[in-house]
Design a protein around this ligand. Structure first.
Ligand code: NAD
Length: 243
């Protein structure tokens, strides 16, 4: 039987991309909610909630999902680290796929970044550069945040290692720094580059998204996968079997 979903953030760029991708994926849009609508009143619609709205909306959405035991797919980004920790505890009480990026290519970039960070070691300086359209409200992107988490894990560094941009007399680059730079402009759907530089060579891993359909199809694939999973927080590595 076709999967039916409740879409939140339905009028946004991603909401529209998901509505457009649903028919080709055999998914039915049972309900659509945006800012100002009564989420609780629509919450019974659809088997899975797919959320690409605002980080302000995540807590209320997860509380409803827990109360109604409904699986969720969260694509919204921009949560502060402390806020996300609490939200993940809540999300773990239902089957939940939470991913900062639903594209297959980006999930491969995550795996390649982990491998490169491990093989190249601390002699290679790491910097992450991302670019998105002028309308994006958070920085760095959720995808850049995940790339940084992976690099910090591999390098055994804490969040204090992150350098968000540079300006003024910064002094020489420290080997433990991990730089992150957010560019904004035009209609760029999402570019991410991880640069590993040593004295004498440089490796750059780049992914460029040119169509939001890749995130939409990935999110719908996650929605199909999450039905019937045990409560817990999963990501696209689980959905794609990359773990
Ligand atoms: P957008 O601004 O175009 O759309 C967001 C929509 O959510 C708007 O229509 C807005 O009115 C609505 N909204 C705001 N508050 C709401 C609330 N409380 N309840 C319901 N709807 C609400 O943004 P977008 O480009 O579509 O991106 C949406 C989110 O998805 C962002 O956080 C973005 O970073 C993220 N995103 C994630 C991925 C991924 O693969 N995980 C890919 C692209 C974008």
């Amino acid at each position: 039987m076709a999967l039916s979903i409740l879409l939140t953030g339905a009028k946004g760029r991603m909401g529209q991309a998901i509505a457009a991708a649903a028919p080709e994926m055999g998914v039915v849009l049972a309900g659509a909610v945006d800012a100002g609508d009564d989420l609780a009143a629509s919450f019974g619609l659809g088997t899975v909630v797919v959320d690409f709205s605002s980080h302000h909306a995540t807590k209320a959405l997860l509380e409803l999902a827990v109360a109604r035991e409904k699986p969720v797919v969260i694509g919204t980004t921009g949560h502060a680290a402390a806020e996300k920790k609490d939200l993940l505890r809540l999300a773990a009480r239902v089957p939940c796929v939470w991913a900062g990026n639903f594209s297959v290519g980006v999930n491969l970039l995550f795996a390649l970044t982990r491998r490169a960070a491990g093989v190249l070691g601390s002699d290679y300086d790491v910097e992450v550069v991302e670019m998105h359209h002028r309308f994006k409200k958070d920085a760095p992107s959720g995808t850049a945040a995940r790339l940084l988490e992976i690099i910090l894990e591999e390098r055994k560094l804490g969040p204090e290692a992150l350098r968000h941009g540079r300006s003024g007399i910064t002094g020489e680059r420290q080997p433990t720094e991990v730089g992150v730079h957010s560019l904004r402009g035009g209609d760029v759907v999402g570019d991410h580059t991880v640069i590993f530089s040593a004295l004498g060579e440089r490796i750059e891993l780049t992914h460029k998204a040119s169509d939001r359909g890749i995130f939409a199809r990935g999110a719908l694939r996650a929605a199909q996968w999450v039905v019937g999973q045990k409560p817990g927080v999963y990501d696209m590595q689980d959905v794609l079997g990359l773990r």
